[in-house]
Design a protein around this ligand. Structure first.
Ligand SMILES: [Zn+2]
Ligand SMILES: [Zn+2]
Length: 255
């Protein structure tokens, strides 16, 4: 069985003491591919060092909607930094009104900039949407995200929002929160997403899935997300693994 963690932050300090062990554990449970996702442009060199020294790791370039930065990224900045054969996506970008460290108008402009860069690069956009469905989905539509494609990462909204994203050709990625006891509605969404649009992720080191909840998350725990999503879709774990891995490879244009 091969699993693909479509969104993690393996370059973060939380893994500095035991990154080799984490990679070893991942391999043991069949997690053979991961995307290390950016939250700031200053991190790009660190991500490039990581992907050039490891197998099965790809990366993205972007600035998180709630990341405070001295200088807003331009289309040119993103295109220049994303010029690497293991850069497979732009983001994470999006809209987040849950934590409003960054002004809404700034988040919106940042999201538009990322999508415009993604069009030029022909790479998918990793979208972070939290408590901002209406404005975020409207911007994705206005910027024609269907042309470059994208991923609704750590999806945590309702079926209405999921179906609007699906209509724009987006993939829907589920993380540890799909396993949380209170999230019945999210599991219903995970049961309904079409086979060709479903992805799984950890968003580690955050949001460890049940039964690891409260611990530091790592990409090996994507097996628990996979098991939960397989269960709600009434499919064997192996089938869900194959499906989501194929979807991720296709979405990130990894052959
Ligand atoms: Zn995010
Ligand atoms: Zn993230």
């Amino acid at each position: 069985m091969e699993l693909f963690d479509s969104h993690c932050h393996i370059d973060f300090e939380a893994f500095d003491d035991d990154r080799d062990d984490v990679f070893a554990r991942m391999k043991q449970v069949g997690v053979s591919r991961i995307v290390a996702v950016a939250v700031e442009l200053e991190q790009t060199n660190r991500l490039i060092n990581l992907v050039e020294s490891r197998q099965g790791v790809w990366f993205s370039v972007g600035v998180h909607p709630n990341h405070e930065t001295k200088q807003e990224p331009t289309v040119e900045d993103i295109c220049r930094l994303a010029n690497h054969d293991k850069c497979v996506a732009i983001g994470e970008t999006g809209m987040d009104f849950f934590r409003t460290r960054v002004d809404a108008a700034v988040q919106e402009q940042r999201l538009r900039t990322h999508i415009r860069a993604a069009h030029l690069l022909n790479k998918p956009v990793i979208v972070h949407m939290r408590d901002a469905d209406e404005v975020c989905l409207r911007i994705l539509k206005e910027e024609n995200i269907q042309t470059c494609g994208g991923i609704m990462h750590c999806f945590s909204s309702n079926w209405e929002a999921a179906s609007q994203a699906l209509d724009m050709g987006m993939s829907i990625s589920f993380s540890g929160n799909v396993t949380f006891k209170r999230n019945d509605e999210l599991r219903e969404v995970a049961a309904k997403v079409p086979d060709d649009a479903i992805l799984i992720e950890t968003d580690s080191p955050y949001l460890a899935p049940v039964p690891m909840r409260g611990k530091r998350n790592d990409p090996s725990f994507v097996q628990h997300v996979a098991q939960c999503v397989a269960d709600v879709r009434n499919m064997p774990l192996h089938d869900l693994a194959r499906l989501s891995t194929n979807n991720a490879c296709r979405r990130f244009q990894i052959t």
